[in-house]
Design a binder for this molecule. Sequence first.
Ligand SMILES: C[S@@+](CC[C@H](N)C(=O)[O-])C[C@H]1O[C@@H](n2cnc3c(N)ncnc32)[C@H](O)[C@@H]1O
Length: 418
Amino acid sequence: MTNVDFDRVNGFLYELDTSKRLRIPIVLGSLSRVVEHALPSWGVVPASDDELIALRSLAEASYFNEWGDGRPNPPSQWIRAIKDASHSSGLVGVDQGLNATIGEFVKLVILAMNEKDKRDEYRLIDIGCGDGETSVSVMRALFVDNLHEQIELRISDVSTDCRQRAEKSLETFFRGREHKLISSGGIEKDVLTSLDEGSVDIIISNAVFHHFTDESYIKRILRVLRSGGFVIAGDYHTTVWHHPVLVASFLEQLGANADALHGFRTFFRTGNIADINSKLTKEEIQANIEMVAFWRELSRLIITRGLDPSPVFEAHESSQQRLDKFRANGLETDLMEIMRTFYGEKIDQEIEKARGPRAVASAVYQASDEGVQRLITARTRDVLQGFPIWGLQKAKGRIHPGSDIARVIVAQKPLVGK
Ligand SMILES: C[S@@+](CC[C@H](N)C(=O)[O-])C[C@H]1O[C@@H](n2cnc3c(N)ncnc32)[C@H](O)[C@@H]1O
């Protein structure tokens, strides 16, 4: 790994940004957040905590600049362009798929909570509500069984324009019927910090966490969730930003200026792309290909719709990295553990029962261990399917099969005393 002096990186990015040498419709200042996100693989080593803090505040400023009020184009126009680009680049329905799945999962969790110890009211908060699609999808899923009556919903978004649109979408959805909506405004950090500890049952969020510079948001989520509460979050995932060699290839495919690209490659001593790709899974590589197609399309829309340039550098991570971060910060993501919080030992007993025929099975399939394994897995799965919350396992690979690009992650704050 090469070590790149932090000051030189800042200087280089600033120069690249202000000179517009890449000649693609992106704002390069936001590259600081990608570098912060993947410091080790970029070989960038801040010499002190102060340097890291400086980089982080640059990154935060670029996020705010991306979504905050006062931009030439309101964020809702961006959201429209993102949805359109996702559709026309072949990621058909990814956004809707993520939001619909979040709705479906919230419903499963509420049903399970009702079964265990029903409460009159559950507090939900939608972080980065955008123009309201996530919240509306959840309410649509709950509405069928009148579960929406138990929900107090808070929506929050850094953009006032988005929040107002979300409020309107929810009003339209409910058409005057009673519902409890609190628009709590603002930046995730401020909103979560202002809420009492353990005061939220479920946090929902779609296509937002990749905007956050560092993982401190997970700690804020853990603080506001009640014990046994859930975070159900959809997102786009790629590894495009993990290494400068991947970024260079990405920029090249977007049509970046050759000289500037050469400068980028030389500066970061990017090395061989095949070495980096060999460390990625098939799904991750596919997600990166799809991300290029998506950004090409979005770049085209930025130009044809006359939108202000995109802060393209989004600091995505793979879904596995996101899961690892959740776990490292103390959220439970193991579905069996989550199921035990609802069904206790019963679930282990049922699985034991299903495993009973193992002796018979291994006699029949003596020649094939794999055959036995398959049989047991299938039997176990049958048992698990008898527990409604097992429906949550459908998330993996269902929204956009074959690629890591769209996933819903379900995580639970462990029950106190466990
Ligand atoms: C891609 S949109 C997703 C909107 C919506 N969840 C959906 O799926 O349609 C991302 C949203 O996150 C919001 N956002 C970005 N950074 C944020 C922050 N730090 N705090 C609150 N909202 C933020 C943006 O304003 C934007 O509306």
